[in-house]
Write a protein of this length. Structure first.
Length: 77
């Protein structure tokens, strides 16, 4: 896959984990452009891929596109 707008890709994969190689950050340091390396609804499936290839991609970004926890709730990964 080629360089993409990260926000557009996030909308294409609802309720999934996305792992990007980062090419560009905005002024606040948030990733805006990159290459989608992997996606899956399963975090553990993505963890296996990341463990194998993390050294190959030094600048990466992992995000979940599903519902965010409600205020006062905690998430353990």
């Amino acid at each position: 896959m080629t360089e993409v707008d990260i926000l557009k890709i996030e909308k294409q994969y609802p309720d999934e984990w996305l792992w990007f190689e980062i090419y560009e950050l905005d002024k606040s340091g948030h990733p805006v452009r990159g290459k989608l390396l992997a996606h899956s609804p399963s975090r553990s499936a993505l963890d296996e891929f990341m463990a194998r290839d993390t050294a190959v991609y030094p600048h990466t970004y992992l995000i979940y596109t599903g519902a965010k926890p409600k205020k006062g709730m905690a998430v353990v990964l």
